[in-house]
Write a protein that binds this ligand. Sequence first.
Ligand SMILES: Cc1ncc(COP(=O)(O)O)c(C=O)c1O
Length: 446
Amino acid sequence: MLVYPKIKTRLPGPKSKRIIKQDEKYVSPSYTRTHPVVIDRGEGAALWDVDGNRFLDFHSGIGVTSTGNVHPRVVAAAVRQMKRAMHVATADFYHQPVADLAKKVTSIAPGKGPKRVFFTNSGTEAVEAAFKLARYIRRRPRTIAFINAFHGRTMGSLSLTCSKQTQRKRFAPLVPEATHVPYAYCYRCPYNLSFPSCNFHCVQVIEDVYLDKVAPADEVAALIVEPIQGEGGYVVPPPGYHQRLKKMCEKNDILFIADEVQSGMGKTGKMFAIEHWDTTPDIIATAKALGSGLPIGAAIASSKLMSWDRGAHSTTFGGNPVACAAALETIKLLENGLMKNAERVGKVMMEELTRMMHRHDIIGDVRGKGLMIGAEIVRDKKSRKPAPDWADEIMMEAFRRGLMLLTAGPNTLRIVPPLIISEDQAMAGLSILEKSITAVESRKKK
Ligand SMILES: Cc1ncc(COP(=O)(O)O)c(C=O)c1O
């Protein structure tokens, strides 16, 4: 097991530099590109760049490589299928992998009774499918989404996204009638209250104000929510929150869509994060980790709900047989140990990060479930003033020391390793992270 990173060159190394130069000439400059490095290959929780530097992976390709980089069983399943058929138009023909994956995915999704699934190639398409299905079935024009939510970048999903300004700027007009309401971000409560004495004031306001005056309830098709906000800063709502939201939706005949594109597929220690709140969504959108790296997404609903007419929604690539084979093997691996590992190693990491928070004044909050963990960086604990520049610097310090991680929201360090990570690797990564925090903290607090 490769525990420690090995950095042999200055970063980026000479080969990386050459490829980056070529890339910058021809590839769209709109990608965010946080790390100046050219990835060559991966194995488990380790990544190599083209210059032979080895990194520890707390990034997992933005929460995608759930079973680790190139898990041999996932690769074998994909290759087996690739030799039979790389593409079957799921829109027009039937095939075994899609039928098998549909059976499996609908059986693991929360909720009793028969379910159906629409397969896509990405998270944003899974959200589009959920969004369109809700409108189609309910025949109502409005949707409730949340401030700081991220649901994707195609026009429908983007209308529901409310994360960074740059994601929406100059793309208006978007799909109309999406109303964004405050999320249960307890560390920075939008109403300046504390849990539990707030008695879910943030949910009550949705019902009393928004569904009354802004978006009349009988015009709202769906509420879409990330069980744990991802791009918004790895924000974990308090116990009871989603139950309350669901109850409010039921009362007003509004569909509850859980966007599990980031939080789904075992990384929180449960297959879907919403299960931590014992809530059954009407529609679930998932993607990212479902295929361990092969592009696949899914919108899942009860068979009764997913009853749109032939041709109402379809796709050329969605349900690709190779991606389906990879996803089936991924789910087997998650069920046979990796989800448990996420729960176990995640707990150890949370404990260590909480100790780190007590040692460092610039870590304001540590939160998460399983291996979906955020550490919010602030100027100091007392003021809680967000320190986005310091969070970015910590990310880059860690990178130079061989640890790949991202930020989420303006100022949260995002820790989302592959579920196959060992406790030794996790602790080695956290030790690098602490050195990086110490370096930035001592520079800034001088
Ligand atoms: C919660 C959530 N929904 C949707 C998306 C969009 O997924 P994709 O980038 O695959 O289109 C993301 C991506 O980060 C996400 O985190």
